[in-house]
Design a protein. Structure first.
Length: 114
């Protein structure tokens, strides 16, 4: 399972930020595809940890069956929509990308956050 830091610094251009989000969606879709192929009956969802706007901590996404398999207690469902086993990898990438754009996780990280 991949845990991806959605690092979108406040000084990143809109075009670069959009490319970054597309890359993250592609990574998550690839991870989902492998996991779904390994177990056709897995019920996989997109989980997130929101970005703390003061410290820049958080801002993470992962594909998992439940938050029980993720490290820490801060994980919550990003969307209630299951990533359907009937989707192909490209459709999963598009749906994950659309879901990500509405999340509070995408709060911009302060310039001084590490």
């Amino acid at each position: 399972m991949k845990i991806i830091d959605v690092d979108v610094p406040a000084d990143m251009s809109i075009a670069d930020g959009d490319r970054r989000l597309a890359d993250v969606a592609a990574e998550l879709a690839a991870d989902w595809f492998v996991r779904q192929c390994e177990n056709n009956f897995a019920m996989l969802y997109l989980y997130m940890i929101e970005t703390n706007r003061e410290t820049g901590e958080g801002g993470k996404l992962a594909i998992a069956e439940s938050n029980q398999e993720l490290p820490g207690d801060d994980w919550k469902l990003a969307t209630g929509e299951r990533i359907s086993p009937s989707w192909d990898q490209d459709r999963a990438r598009v749906r994950i990308g659309l879901s990500m754009r509405s999340l509070s996780i995408l709060g911009m990280k302060p310039k001084n956050a590490k």
